[in-house]
Ligand binder design. Structure first.
Ligand code: AMP
Length: 606
């Protein structure tokens, strides 16, 4: 076998595999018996040895408590993220404190602890070994994977000894595998139904460049549900209550028999469900009706993805099927009906993502950067401004790579440092968004408030990794941080957050206005104190007492936080402060006329 130096790897929830391009043609890596798929499964023995792949999956039946699967679901997540899924996760999870307040999730097995990155690395190592130990790879992730999940995948590659050239989105890889980039322009829908997850992505192809327009899906919809539906039906007939049985051996046998039945029904009209002591024939029509509600759910997600992209099924030019479950004839039929066109099914749906990753790896390693792969960021990125408002610097759905810059200043005199809090989310107030990281820009020379010019730049690279830097323009001091998210977001969370931002748009807007008026009030009061010290003696008694009354009212309104009152108090204060502002203006103007610079005038505390 030719040994490739660079491969594409599909690191899947159920199975993983590698592919490479040989003489311009992508092909998957197979073992001696022709198997391409490495089950994403690990089995730990008390003597310390670890089985990976098929051997681990075979052992799962005899030793389910020492078997780990679906590690992908844990990548880049915290216990809090996984809370809703915990009942479905059979592994024992713990969380340990790491540096910079981060938490690290670990899986405990046989008294030993592993991070999801380490476990994924074991799977990647096996895949890599099979390919003859290449050193470079492109690894695929779902389009909705956030920063933390992409970073965890990249780290897993690194632990497995791979130089990860790029992390690319699975649907983009699938479209590349079918050579759709050579078609010039059009809309591609990728329907990916695997073992545990469903994703629908809408890609825009313009001049051979892909861009993910939208993505939708369900992290708990797939072949496992079909197996469970078959299992439940059989168990009911056997008089077994699946919700209470603790017999791991029986459950595993039922699950195994259900999957075999389902797979057999993809090529024949009837199939036998058999476990020791029970036997029953299933028909394809029976399976179709068990599957119908799940497929309806998946098509509903497709409808949502299209709606997000402001398209209808009729706008779609090509449909690509990905994932083992798209071999089911009923699935193919329903998808074809929905989009009104025959999907691409020529390539093996289990291999198509790895094949596309290989195409991308080939492009990158051969230096042909002719096919830029564009993707979008799933949630807006921004920083916290004074008072807790979210200043969005890069909007959701912006194509990566991208940059965004915003200008800041200090709000206190002689302030030498500013703390930059980086958030992700759609809400107007940061408290409702997710803190991704923070860093301090220090060493700003003492200057009056508002005088330093701090440029904050967000840069998201082609892999979706975020780097934030801050620079004070006058002094040149700078600081930067590579954002490693404290924890990730699931697709359903992303959906929920986007939905919430719409639901809360009104109240968020009000909250933001309160923050802005408070900030305005604070700086006006600050200003007033300084101006009073310098010129208070030149005010009339009436002017002085009007200022005292209005400033007291403004302070009360600021602490109460009621928007109309705050607005009113600010307006009233602005009015009574006018004579003082005029006095100050006169002094500034005459100082400038005498040849002082703006900085000197400000430094004089005028
Ligand atoms: P994936 O996550 O893409 O590897 O897909 C794995 C899922 O595809 C599992 O639920 C398998 O049972 C299912 N699968 C694989 N082959 C077939 C088949 N011929 N018919 C139906 N389902 C299949």
């Amino acid at each position: 076998m030719t040994t490739p130096t660079v491969v594409g790897i599909d690191l899947g929830t159920t199975n993983s595999l590698a592919a490479f391009v040989l003489n311009g043609v992508p092909e998957v890596v197979r073992d001696a018996s022709g198997n391409a798929l490495v089950p994403s499964c690990l089995s730990f023995h008390p003597d310390g040895t670890v089985l990976v792949g098929r051997a681990a999956r075979e052992r799962a039946l005899a030793d389910p408590t020492h078997t780990i699967f679906s590690v992908k679901r844990l990548m880049g997540r915290t216990l809090a993220d996984l809370q809703p899924d915990l009942p479905h996760i059979p592994h024992q999870l713990v969380e340990r404190d790491a540096e910079a307040g981060r938490k690290v999730l670990r899986v405990t097995i046989d008294g030993r602890e592993f991070t999801p990155e380490e476990l994924s690395a074991m799977i990647l190592k096996e895949v890599r070994k099979r390919a003859g130990n290449p050193t470079k790879a492109v690894i695929t992730v779902p389009a909705y994977f956030d920063d933390a999940q992409r970073q965890a995948t990249r780290d897993a590659g690194r632990i497995a000894g791979l130089d990860v050239l790029r992390i690319i989105n699975e649907p983009t890889a699938a479209a590349l595998a079918y050579g759709l980039h050579t078609k010039g322009t059009g809309v591609v829908a990728v329907y990916d139904l695997g073992g545990g997850t469903f994703d629908c992505s809408i890609l825009q192809l313009t001049d051979s460049v892909f861009k993910v327009l939208s993505t939708n899906g369900d992290t708990h919809l797939g072949g496992d549900d079909f197996d469970r539906a078959i299992m439940s039906m059989a168990a009911k007939e056997m008089g077994i209550d699946l919700t209470t049985t603790k017999d791991a051996w029986l459950l595993q046998h039922l699950r195994d028999a259900a999957e075999k039945t389902k797979i057999a029904l993809s090529s024949s009209e009837t199939a036998e469900f058999a476990i020791p002591d029970f036997r029953r024939t299933f028909t394809r029509a029976e399976l179709d009706s068990l599957l119908a509600p799940f497929i309806d759910r998946s098509l509903e997600k497709c409808r949502k993805a299209l709606r997000d992209a402001e398209l209808t099924p009729a706008d779609v030019n090509e449909v690509v099927l990905v994932g083992g479950s798209t071999r089911i004839p009923f699935v193919r039929r329903r998808v074809a009906e929905f989009f009104g066109r025959t999907p691409h099914t020529d390539l093996n749906p289990d291999e198509v993502v790895a094949l596309g990753a290989a195409v991308q790896a080939d492009i990158l390693s051969s230096g042909r950067r002719d096919r830029l792969l564009l993707d979008v960021i799933p949630l807006s990125l921004g920083v916290e401004t004074l008072g807790g408002a979210m200043d969005r610097i890069i909007e959701r759905n912006t194509t990566v790579p991208c940059t965004g810059t915003t200008r800041y200043s200090t709000h206190k005199d002689n302030q030498t440092a500013i703390l930059v809090n980086i958030y992700q989310g759609e809400r107007e107030v940061v408290a409702a968004n997710k803190l991704l990281g923070q860093f301090k820009l220090s060493g700003i020379p003492p200057m009056p408030a508002g005088f330093p010019v701090v440029l904050i730049t967000f840069r998201v690279d082609a892999n979706g990794m975020l780097r934030v830097s801050a620079k004070e323009e006058r002094s040149g001091v700078e600081a930067a941080v590579e954002v490693k998210a404290a924890h990730g977001l699931s697709q359903s969370e992303v959906e929920r957050l986007v939905l919430e931002s719409v639901e809360h748009a009104h109240e968020d807007f009000a909250a933001r206005r309160v923050i802005e008026f408070r900030r305005k009030g604070e700086s006006a009061l600050d200003h007033m104190t300084k101006a009073l010290a310098a010129h208070g003696d030149k005010l009339t008694h009436e002017q002085r007492s009007a200022i005292d009354v209005a400033s007291a009212e403004l302070r009360v309104a600021m602490s109460a936080g009621d928007l109309p009152t705050l607005e009113q108090a600010n307006a009233a204060f602005e009015k009574v402060i006018l004579p003082l502002a005029e006095l100050q203006m006169n002094v500034v103007t005459s100082a400038l006329l005498r040849g002082k610079t703006e900085g000197e005038v400000l430094a004089d505390g005028v």
